[in-house]
Design a protein around this ligand. Structure first.
Ligand code: RUB
Length: 309
């Protein structure tokens, strides 16, 4: 898919979920590189930087997209020719995408160990990482049931319940406001992540923090399933995470409302680290307090080169 088509598909939610948009961004840059037919390095780089900024502007909250794009462009400034740059971008994108899918699989293996017979699981929205944990535990023969929130306004919960039902998992759809009501019988919560800050705050689908509060009140374990490329290097340097606000029409059509009614449609919210029992990543089950160490260990000195880019 070319850059403009990818950007439009991400904006319109045809491609959604933090992992998927990161892989789509990486693939779009590889598509630009593979289709460039000239041999002018300057022209190639101008087109590449234009593609990069369009992709990064497509959705503002998930740092996975930023990390996917930077992983794909890593080292391109040192290439001596357009041919070298094209090869590097294509192979970086391929490595990022394969690593991303492998991370989801590893998270499934690690997280499934936290699920036991008789568990009642709650999940929110539609997270490939969280569903990898649930599906892996089911494939291992564990007997449990799952509640999934509808996740207004886009209702990604419908994707979740259908995906889990096809696996033969005992799944119940609830409306978002039923979370506290079902929490009495829930034993574990598994959610995904769009961004995790250097101090362990989770940014994920709007309503996640309500699940965390209700879980905390009911003494229910709350796990975040997150590839490490959802850790945000910028937050280490004090940057805030931008919370996307989407079109008002997604909440309610204007024609059913009095003209003076305002609509506020934030897409993500923040869950403080104190509500998180563990973050299940491809490098292991870590505490929110370990995010800084994992992120700096993985990025090394690159972290300073990346910031301000
Ligand atoms: C999706 C969402 C998911 C995370 C993680 O929001 O909040 O929990 O993106 O998903 P949206 P994954 O539908 O607005 O993109 O684990 O698949 O990366």
């Amino acid at each position: 898919m070319d850059v403009d088509t990818t950007v439009e598909a991400i904006r319109s939610m045809e491609i959604r979920g933090a992992g998927r948009i990161a892989r789509a961004g990486a693939s779009a840059l590889a598509d630009y590189a593979s289709k460039y037919e000239g041999d002018d390095p300057k022209e190639f780089m101008i087109g590449l930087m234009d593609a990069k900024s369009k992709i990064l502007d497509s959705r503002p909250t998930a740092v996975s997209l930023w990390n996917g794009v930077h992983a794909t462009l890593r080292g391109v400034e040192n290439c001596g020719s357009v041919t070298d740059a094209k090869e590097l971008i294509i192979s970086n994108a391929d490595r990022f995408n394969k690593g991303s899918l492998e991370a989801v699989r590893s998270i499934g293996e690690i997280g499934a160990k936290r699920i036991q017979d008789g568990d009642v699981i709650l999940t929110h929205c539609n997270s490939s990482a969280a569903l990898s944990v649930i599906k892996t535990a089911h494939r291992q023969g564990k007997k449990f049931r799952v509640y999934a929130t509808e996740s207004r306004p886009w209702r990604q919960g419908i994707l979740t319940v259908n995906e889990l039902a096809k696996e033969g998992i005992d799944i119940t759809l609830i409306i978002d406001s039923a979370v506290r009501s079902v929490m009495k019988s829930v034993t574990k919560v598994f959610v995904g992540a769009d961004t995790i800050t250097s101090h362990g705050t989770l940014v994920n689908k709007i309503g996640t923090s309500q699940l965390a509060l209700a879980a905390n009140e009911a003494r229910v374990q709350f796990y975040v399933c997150s590839e490490t490329y959802k850790f945000s290097p910028m937050t280490l340097f004090g940057d805030m995470v931008t919370i996307e606000e989407r079109d008002h029409d997604e909440v309610a059509k204007r024609d059913i409302l009095e003209p003076s009614v305002k609509i506020f449609n934030p897409v993500f919210d923040s869950t403080p680290s104190k509500y998180i029992d563990g973050i299940i990543t491809e490098v292991g089950l870590i505490s929110p307090g370990s995010v800084y160490h994992v992120m700096t260990r993985q990025l090394g000195d690159d972290i300073f080169k990346l910031i301000g880019d």
